[in-house]
Design a protein around this ligand. Structure first.
Ligand code: NAD
Length: 373
């Protein structure tokens, strides 16, 4: 309670001293370069468990926001804000292009995955999630397992990708990526048949390895690389793949380069090395900068936009969220649609003389502005 006029005037002058003239605000979120009218950005802290998390709901225009929770030891709070703003916006675009009745969101927990994990921490996160009332559903992402999400689920139903339901998204992301590669081959080489085509696969993890299986079955020749030599040996033994060094993968004679490991592998240095005429893989954030989409186009390389080709996993998770529940056959049929979505993007990009990455963004924005059908 403020009693005296002097006390009140002191508070007013303190508030006024914090108001900056227009254009000079220093608010960390609203002026952030990655801020894109996100509906909610929630900072969560729980002293008992050490939880520090940020939940960003970018858009619920098409439905409840869905996106994974990432556990990462960010160097600064700013780096965590940067990541959550960028990733949540990306989920809005990904879900829209996948034809899902879902918006986009993402969450990050700040900490060292080796030491911070506990049931109490995930339950505290679950209570924070619950307060959002279902505007955001969380799933697994980097350093978060479906087992961790099961702990979150003890406090809130607003989670997706649970054990015993849709399960591991990897094989579905691989199927969608395989369909995307076929669409790109159709557009670039005039046939979706991959028999005899050479595909350079970078990264043989939970998506890359399944992708190789599809490609091998169809008769594609594989060139592979990974920092994990065991994974490389398995691919050589099972699929007759040719192994190359980590950097060599960009320069090999191939028809298709499939980045399935890291982000930002399409940059000034690597694009000029590529001999492949198609880039189509599952990795997130493949273009180091947006302008690299145009650089690929100018080199005559067809690029399958990452968030469209790698949507198989989220399509499968979304299937579990339907009132009628999960159905593998229906999920698979929807993942196969990625083939047609990409063909549409390629055709429109040609017609408008623009990079496929820009066209995907425009198409996603059109879907979002139309709203729920
Ligand atoms: P993963 O961690 O299981 O596999 C990544 C593989 O890349 C590992 O085998 C790792 O050793 C290898 N790797 C790391 N650095 C490398 C390097 N410099 N050169 C070559 N190989 C390297 O991950 P994942 O689930 O298979 O996902 C792969 C990519 O796809 C990631 O970018 C991920 O964000 C994206 N993605 C995955 C899914 C999914 O369903 N898992 C969905 C959408 C997007």
């Amino acid at each position: 309670m403020l009693h005296s006029a002097a006390q009140k005037s002191d508070v007013v002058s303190r508030i006024n001293s914090q108001i900056k003239p227009e254009g000079e605000s220093e608010v960390a979120v609203f002026n952030h370069p990655e801020f894109d009218n996100h509906e909610q950005v929630v900072f969560c802290s729980d002293q008992e468990t050490g939880l520090r998390a940020i939940i960003a709901v970018h858009s619920t225009r098409l439905g409840p926001a869905v996106g994974g929770c990432r556990l990462w030891n960010y160097a600064t709070d700013e780096a965590a804000i940067d990541d959550v703003l960028r990733l949540s916006r990306g989920m809005t675009y990904k879900n829209a292009m996948a034809g899902l009745p879902l918006g986009g969101g993402k969450s990050v927990i700040i900490g060292d995955a080796k030491t911070i994990k506990s049931e109490a921490l995930f339950r505290a996160f679950g209570r924070m999630l619950h307060r959002l009332g279902g505007s955001y559903y969380s799933a697994e992402d980097v350093n978060i397992t479906t087992g961790d999400i099961m702990q979150v689920n003890k406090e809130t139903p607003f989670v997706a990708g649970l054990e015993g339901k849709s399960g591991n998204p990897g094989p579905f992301t691989a199927l969608g990526t395989y369909q995307g590669i076929k669409a790109a081959a159709m557009h670039k080489f005039g046939s979706a048949d991959l028999a005899g085509k050479t595909v350079a696969v970078q990264g043989l993890g939970s998506v890359g390895f399944y992708l190789c299986e599809h490609l091998h079955k169809e008769g594609a020749k594989l060139i592979v690389t990974d920092i994990n030599q065991t994974a490389v040996e398995r691919a050589v033994n099972q699929f007759g793949a040719t192994a190359v060094g980590l950097h060599g993968i960009y320069e090999v004679d191939s028809d298709i380069y499939a980045p399935c490991a890291l982000g930002a592998t399409l940059n000034d240095e690597t694009i000029s090395l590529l001999k492949a005429k198609v880039v189509a893989g599952c990795a997130n954030n493949q273009l180091k900068q947006a302008r690299h989409g145009e650089m690929l186009r100018q080199r005559g390389i067809l690029y399958a936009p990452d968030y469209v080709i790698n949507a198989g996993g989220i399509i499968n998770v979304a299937c579990e969220m339907r009132p009628q529940g999960y159905n593998e056959a229906e999920s698979t049929a929807k993942v196969n649609q990625i083939y047609h979505t990409l063909l549409n993007i390629f055709q429109r990009a040609d017609a408008e003389g623009k990079p496929t990455s820009d066209i995907a963004d425009v198409m996603a924005q059109e879907i979002i502005s139309r709203g729920q059908q």
